[in-house]
Design a protein. Sequence first.
Length: 258
Amino acid sequence: MTINRWRLDGQVALVTGASAGIGRAIAAELLGLGADLLLVARDEAALEATRTELEDEFPEARVRAFPADVSDAEQRREIFDWVEDLGEGLQLLVNNAGTNTSRAAMDYGDEEWRQIFETNLFSAFELSRFAFPLLSQHAVSSIVNVGSVSGLTHVRTGAPYGMSKAALHQLTKNLACEWAEDGVRVNAVAPWYIRTRRTSAKLANPDYLDEVIDRTPMGRVGEPEEVAAAVAFLCLPAASYITGECIAVDGGFLRYGF
């Protein structure tokens, strides 16, 4: 049977930070392409509500959920105990969970900036390592990390966030090279401002919104579904010769110049 290069039928995908925003949009996009979903987020009530909504929207797919905080090392292990107990393998991992607190560099407490790294970087590294034995069992498997343009240039997010995302982009390159021989592709996306609950407060300031739009050639803020589409493409068999890449989903922001 010929594999449909633009479908994910029969593949199992694990998405972190899946209860809202970009994570939820990624889950919906992958379900629409035929994948079965394993959803992870720390807010159990929001996660269950999302799981129920997605099941209603995609009645032919299987959507399962596991509440966990990926910043906690023990809970990261519990996620993969759950995945292995399901006994269905894993073809796709999307490391989407992230957090941030914007401050001047000298204003962060030690616990505060370390938490940003635990959530944004260390979780992706460890979850990828846990996933590798499962992913490498398949001829077609993929990891996609959700980075940020703040890992490529300065965007006023605060140093720890930018540092963690820059390191995540480098992790993407390293794992892509190391795991290519095992059939595991590793890529990333780097969004600019996307209209989500996390960005709503900043974008509600009309002066700040004008600044953002003025620096964005397409003249608007992005939508979660636009990031999800890029993530989904990188998961597809059609992207089988793409690894180690970081695709900016930024309306042209990084190319603007002066």
